[in-house]
Design a protein around this ligand. Structure first.
Ligand code: CUA
Length: 289
């Protein structure tokens, strides 16, 4: 290959990778073709039921196709061999209907119980409250200050300059601090999410947490919680096609030791404007002085 051409393809390839790289920060390096590792307390049960269903359907599929292929060959049309006229077998029908009924019932009862634990049980009282509000195309994040309390969020108050829908005079919110596309969760501590949207439907999705929740404008979802069991860097990716910039709507998400979280929170809370992204200003009244 002549050198100028090789250089040209090199430049094209580099530019292409450079374009891709910001959208792929914290991209998964391991287990690319299979489930990413699970780091959430609820993930074990989700993975268990996933593998259970995979095995049940996998074994059934192999069994059904094996019998089908065997019968296709064994009972193929041959000259001189008369066809068999079968009207079925009632005992077999009852057996292969009853067994799946019990399997489906067991899966439904187990799945329902896990869903109740994840979404319907009240999050633990000591959970760290974190508000995440999606917008075209990024994540507004709000943390409680030293009082441990977030300002009350009201969906109807969410607006262009008030992504969290809070009352600026709410005493609980005076020491809150905000970040943009930057989330840090403490290790082994429940986190209660308050999810909302400023404009269209977005979705909070972190595969390593086995957690997915749509964020519909006009609502605040306060029942989603998690507990991270391992440290690491992850990606919060929006998982609803929300417009032309959907592909770049991702945030950095790190799980760190509790002490590191406290240090991070302190640094954010004491830097009044440093934590606020210029492209998404939060009213000065909402930023900790
Ligand atoms: Cu927000 Cu896609």
């Amino acid at each position: 290959m002549p050198l100028p051409f090789r250089r040209f393809t090199g430049v094209v390839l580099m530019s292409f990778l450079a374009l891709l790289s910001p959208a792929h920060a914290e991209v998964r390096q391991t287990s690319v073709w299979w489930l990413p590792r699970n780091v959430n307390m609820f993930g074990h049960e989700i993975d268990f039921i996933f593998y259970l269903i995979l095995w049940l359907t996998g074994v059934t599929a192999v069994a059904v196709f094996s019998v089908m292929i065997y019968f296709l060959v064994k009972y193929r049309a041959r000259p001189g061999v008369p066809a068999i006229h079968s009207h079925g077998n009632n005992t077999l029908e009852v057996i292969w209907t009853t067994i799946p009924v019990f399997i489906f019932l067991a899966l439904a009862i187990y799945g329902n119980e896990q869903w109740t634990q994840m979404r319907l049980r009240t999050p633990p009282a000591d959970a760290l409250p974190v508000a995440v509000v999606g917008e075209q195309f990024g994540w507004n994040v709000r943390y409680p200050g030293p009082d441990g309390k977030l300002a009350k969020m009201v969906a109807s108050k969410v607006g262009k300059d008030n992504p969290f829908g809070v009352d600026p005079a709410d005493p609980d919110g005076m020491d809150d601090f905000t970040t943009y596309n930057d989330i840090v969760f403490p290790l082994n501590r429940p986190v209660r999410l308050y999810l909302g949207s400023k404009d269209v439907i977005h979705a909070f999705y972190v595969p390593e947490f086995r957690l997915y929740q749509d964020m519909v404008p006009g609502r605040v979802y306060d029942f989603v919680w998690l507990k991270a069991e391992a440290t690491g860097n992850f990606q919060l990716a929006c998982n609803q096609l929300c417009g032309q910039g959907h592909y770049k709507m991702f945030g950095k998400l790190a799980v760190v030791e509790e002490s590191a979280y406290q240090d991070w929170a302190k640094s954010k809370a004491t830097a009044p404007t440093a934590s606020v992204d210029k492209s998404n200003p939060v009213p000065v009244s909402l930023v900790k002085k």
